[in-house]
Design a protein around this ligand. Structure first.
Ligand SMILES: [Zn+2]
Length: 320
């Protein structure tokens, strides 16, 4: 693999409306889904989020509650539509950051090109979405650039798409981008950290998603010390018992001095979690109820601000 360096060191964050200074992101949901088209050939249980007016209402409420930015974690080929994200961002006044990369295999049609491609080709494709624009926006007058890479691990290393992982790693290295990693309930967290840092990535470029589904405090502290960001998002998923697992985990991590290693999110891929579609908690719960809970529980402001956006904003901008 060859790694060139035509990407400048990013000082800003690439939103769908253009680059903005990292300190203007405000409260940032580090993992969410604002648009998912139906994907022919994908697993029938794959989520779909395409109710434009309801999603817009949700984003407007997010802004009214004090939210600034959300990261859209749906990569191309499994339902992403950068043009819809742009329209939603413009209409709501909320910054949206789109991604390139790949999700779990079940969310694609089986003949999706990436699963049989070589690492170099995947690296080139991801770099072009980061540098030139998302494929579905290339024929518009202002193509939208991906602001980060999102990839997915399966439950076991053997099931993971190895060429795609390598391609994504080299794309992150070349573009100095942040890479968000979907984990299956925290599985393979240690493995992927070693894998990517062996390729040359800095731990500060890696975000491990859904780590609160594996609330082992000694593992969490170890990963935090290593320097990766840990994304927690089960606030509204009763089956993970957030009052027993997530909230005490946040408290222990903050008390251990690791509020700079946590990014909070609500990951509402399922329409029933949206307030104006399914009557759920809704996107606005991050700046709303979750922020209120953090205040009520007595977390210092500096810790709250880091977990609610400061940490992910700096890392999206390549600062740390
Ligand atoms: Zn997600």
């Amino acid at each position: 693999m060859t790694v060139s360096s035509h990407f400048p060191i990013p000082q800003t964050v690439k939103t769908v409306q253009g680059s903005i200074p990292f300190n203007r992101l405000g409260i940032t949901d580090a993992h969410n889904h604002m648009w998912i088209e139906t994907v022919p050939g994908a697993d029938p249980s794959s989520p779909v989020l395409n109710q434009f007016n309801s999603i817009l209402q949700e984003l407007t409420e997010y802004r009214e509650k004090g939210g600034g930015t959300l990261m859209d974690c749906q990569p191309g080929g499994c339902g992403r539509d950068g043009n819809k994200l742009l329209a939603l961002s413009k209409a709501s006044g909320v910054n949206l950051v789109a991604c390139t990369g790949f999700h779990r295999k079940k969310y694609y049609s089986q003949d999706y090109w990436l699963w049989n491609a070589e690492a170099q080709k995947i690296c080139d494709f991801l770099c072009s979405e980061l540098d030139a624009g998302l494929v579905e926006t290339l024929d518009t007058h202002s193509p939208i650039k991906a602001g980060f890479i999102k990839i997915a691990l399966e439950s076991t290393w053997a099931e993971c798409p190895h060429a795609a992982l390598e391609g994504a790693g080299f794309a992150a290295l070349e573009s100095k981008s942040l890479i968000e990693v979907h984990t299956e309930k925290g599985a393979l967290a240690e493995k992927i950290c070693i894998y990517f840092t062996n390729l040359g990535l800095s731990p500060s470029q890696i975000v491990l998603c859904h780590m609160d589904k594996r609330p082992d405090i000694s593992l969490q502290r170890e990963l935090a010390r290593f320097g990766v960001l840990l994304e927690y998002d089960t606030f509204y998923r009763p089956k993970y018992d957030p009052s027993v697992n997530l909230w005490p985990l946040i408290e222990k991590m903050v008390n251990s001095g690791f509020s700079n290693r946590i990014a909070l999110a609500t990951d509402m891929a399922e329409a029933e979690l949206y307030r104006f579609i399914g009557g759920g908690a809704g996107l606005a719960s991050l700046p709303g109820e979750i922020q209120s809970q953090l205040i009520k529980k007595g977390f210092p402001e500096i810790d709250r601000l880091q977990m609610l956006g400061g940490n992910i904003a700096r890392r999206l901008a390549g600062i740390n």
